[in-house]
Write a protein that binds this ligand. Structure first.
Ligand code: ATP
Ligand code: MG
Length: 252
C-alpha cells in the first residue's frame, strides 16, 4: 500500500447530454505527492475527480490506483483507500446527526464500535467541530457543513485524500486549520481549488485544466507564477504572489 500510484491514462468523459467534460487527460501521481488541480469554472476538475474515484466511469482511458485498474468489480475495495470530499457537502452528508455521518465510513468498514468512536471524536476535533456532533447536518451553516464533510472523510483514514474545493465557505480560522491538517497528512493529496494561495501553500505540483484538458503540469510555484499560462487558463496568480496594488512592488 505504501508505494501506490494514482494514474489517469488518456481519460475521456462526456455527460449524457453530450457535453465533453474531460477530453484526454493523462497523469501519474506518486505516493505522498500533493497535487493541486486548478482551472476556471467548468474546466472539468470535479468531473476528473469523479473519474478517479469511480463515481463516473470514463468513456475511454483508464484509472489505475496502486497496481489495480479501476473497474466496477474492484471499486468497493479501491474506495477503501480513497477518501473524497465532494464540492457540495450536501452530496456527502445524509445522516440525521453529524456524529453518524462521520461514523458512517468506519462503521461500513466493520471497525469495532469503540474505535469508531475514537475516530469520530478525533476527526471532529481536527476540523474544530466536536461541539456540533449531535446537530443535524442539514441545519448547519455552509462552512460547518464543509467541516463535517471533511471530518467524514478523515475518519476513514484514507491513503489517498481527494478534496474538491475544500476551503470554499470556510472562515479564515477554519481555512488555516484545514491547511494545517492537510500539511500534516503524509499520504497522497489531490486537491482542486480556486483558493490558489492554499494550493501554493499545500501542493508541490499543479495540473492546470482548460476545456477538459491539461494545459500544464509542473512544480506549483513555476506554474502559479506563469502569468501567460494563468491567463490562458482564465486564472490569476495567487494573491500572495501578486505585486502590491499601491506601489506595484513585489511582495516578499
Ligand atoms: N451532469 C452534467 N450534465 C452535463 N454537463 C455537466 C454535468 N456536470 C457538469 N457538466 C459540465 O461539465 C463541465 C465540467 O464541469 P465540472 O463540474 O467538472 O467543472 P469544474 O472545473 O469542477 O468547475 P467549477 O470550478 O465550477 O467547480 C462544465 O461545462 C459543466 O457544465
Ligand atoms: Mg468543480
Amino acid at each position: 500500500m505504501s508505494h501506490h500510484i494514482t494514474e489517469g491514462k488518456d481519460l475521456f468523459y462526456a455527460y449524457p447530454d453530450g457535453h465533453q467534460a474531460v477530453n484526454g487527460i493523462s497523469f501519474r501521481i506518486h505516493h505522498g505527492e500533493s497535487v493541486g488541480i486548478i482551472g476556471a469554472n467548468g474546466a472539468g476538475k470535479s468531473t476528473l475527480l469523479m473519474l478517479l474515484t469511480g463515481i463516473l466511469m470514463p468513456a475511454n482511458g483508464e484509472v489505475i490506483i496502486g497496481e489495480v485498474r479501476l473497474n466496477k468489480d474492484n471499486m468497493a475495495m479501491i474506495r477503501q483507500r480513497l477518501g473524497m470530499v465532494f464540492q457540495n457537502p450536501d452530496d456527502q452528508l445524509f445522516m440525521t446527526t453529524v456524529h453518524d455521518d462521520v461514523a458512517f465510513g468506519p462503521r461500513n468498514l466493520k471497525i469495532d464500535e469503540p474505535q469508531v468512536e475514537q475516530r469520530v471524536v478525533s476527526a471532529l476535533e481536527q476540523v474544530g467541530i466536536l461541539h456540533l456532533k449531535d446537530r443535524a447536518p442539514f441545519h448547519l451553516s455552509a462552512g460547518e457543513k464543509r467541516a463535517a464533510a471533511i471530518a467524514s472523510v478523515l475518519s476513514l483514514m484514507p491513503d489517498i485524500l481527494i478534496l474538491d474545493e475544500p476551503t470554499s465557505s470556510l472562515d479564515p480560522k477554519s481555512r488555516r486549520r484545514l491547511m494545517k491538517i492537510l500539511g500534516g497528512f503524509e499520504h497522497t493529496k489531490i486537491i482542486t481549488s480556486h483558493d490558489l494561495d492554499m494550493v501554493l501553500d499545500i501542493c508541490q505540483r499543479v495540473i492546470v485544466m482548460k476545456d477538459g484538458q491539461a494545459i500544464a503540469d509542473g512544480p506549483a510555484k513555476g506554474v502559479l507564477t506563469n502569468k501567460v499560462l494563468m491567463e490562458e487558463a482564465g486564472l490569476e496568480m495567487p494573491l500572495s504572489l501578486q505585486g502590491c496594488p499601491v506601489c506595484g512592488g513585489e511582495k516578499t
